[in-house]
Design a protein around this ligand. Structure first.
Ligand code: IPM
Ligand code: MN
Length: 371
């Protein structure tokens, strides 16, 4: 198979983790005889520095002309602490989502037995946690009208949803649930918000066409609590843009490290794959970032190309290392490796399955003697 992939490394640790994800893709290409062409482009703070635009036109063109987008991370502290900044790195990601019509953000939350001790939750709480959060990505308070009064003492952000925006992602949620434990939980604030009442109305109506799927409703404040108390109860969590942003970060730490969770955004055009963590500027260039989430995002990208065996090989390689107790410092592993070494090990595990264990163990031994 021949595919073109736009690679947008972005800011902070984005370039380092994306390099490891590309290594994983190259290992897949070698072993399974595919050919991936990569088109690199700037986004975020680096693009502002170079072009005064967080999403330059050539970056957007590279994305629309590709079969998929591999995204690193964006953000820089110099903008976080300046609320008056007119141009911000985040605008690049938001514009990209809107331009590519990426209305569905899929964030699977899986836990690894070998990392259970890293979870802030007690082990009995995280047993059996396997959920996917479907976050609507191009509507809500993020994209509604916003502004300030003339005297600048009043500000507003409008939350808006149209029926069709809810329908298309809800349909996806029912489909996901059908392949899983057949349960959808709609998270909203229908006791207060009109947009949430529209969500309930639309999703409730649609549920009649999906009698095999159980539909639950939870208010977002309750959901935030339940995620910590009984996370294993969730199968598919369906929610709006703002609530999904918050709840998916909350859910991400259940696994033990934010550096483990991938995400995919689907829509009308080219799909985009990115780790859910941010640009972590303090770690940039130190070779300590965890590339697992970026590598697992590459696995989701392969699945999008219907390369399921290939995606499985990537996931198996990540799982193998984690089970062997090898990983980046955030995992407090038995054997600590750098971001690039983790990528090298993954490459070897994917590209040379005949030496799968032999090579990995040799490399692990090498890494452990280096460190
Ligand atoms: C995310 C991020 C973005 C969001 C920011 C960077 C605009 O937090 O992907 O979750 O809020 O959607
Ligand atoms: Mn977020």
């Amino acid at each position: 198979m021949k595919k073109k992939i736009a690679v947008l490394p972005g800011d902070g640790i984005g370039p380092e983790v994306t390099t490891q994800a590309v290594k994983a893709l190259e290992a897949v290409a070698d072993r399974f005889k595919h050919h991936f062409d990569y088109v690199y482009a700037h986004v975020g703070a680096i693009a502002i520095d170079l072009n005064n635009d967080p999403l330059p036109e050539n970056t957007l063109n590279a994305c629309t002309a590709s079969d998929a987008v591999l995204f690193g991370a964006i953000g820089h502290p110099k903008y976080d602490n300046d609320p008056t900044a007119k141009i911000r790195p985040e605008q690049g990601l938001l514009k990209l989502r809107k331009s590519l019509g990426l209305y569905a953000n899929v964030r699977p939350v899986t836990t690894y037995k070998s990392l259970a001790h890293l979870s802030p939750l007690k082990n009995d709480r995280i047993e059996g946690v396997d959920m996917v959060i479907l976050r609507e990505l191009t509507g809500d308070i993020y994209f509604g009208e916003k502004g300030r009064s003339e005297d600048r003492n009043r500000a507003y952000d409008m939350a808006v949803y149209e029926r069709y925006e809810i329908e298309r992602i809800a349909e996806m949620a029912f489909d996901y649930a059908r392949k899983r434990r057949k349960k959808v939980t709609l998270v909203d604030k229908a006791n207060v918000l009109e947009t949430s009442r529209l969500w309930r109305e639309v999703v409730g109506e649609m549920a009649k066409n999906h009698p095999d799927i159980e539909l639950d409703y939870l208010f977002v404040d309750n959901a935030a609590m339940q995620l910590i108390q009984y996370p294993a109860q969730f199968d598919v969590m369906l929610t709006s843009n703002m609530f999904g942003d918050i709840l998916s970060d909350e859910a991400s730490v259940i696994a033990g490290s934010m550096g483990l969770l991938p995400s995919a955004s689907y829509g009308a055009k080219t799909a985009l794959f990115e780790p859910i963590h941010g640009s972590y500027p303090q770690a940039a260039g130190l070779d300590i970032a965890n590339p697992a989430a970026a590598i697992l995002s590459a696995a989701m990208l392969l699945e999008y190309f219907n390369l399921n065996e290939e995606a499985h090989a990537v996931r198996r390689a990540v799982q193998y290392l984690l089970e062997k107790g090898i990983g980046t410092p955030d995992l407090k592993p038995a054997i600590t490796c750098g971001c690039a070494q983790f990528g090298d090990l993954i490459y070897c595990l994917i590209a040379e399955p005949e030496y799968f264990k032999f090579r990995a163990e040799k490399m692990i031994a090498q890494v452990s003697t280096i460190i």
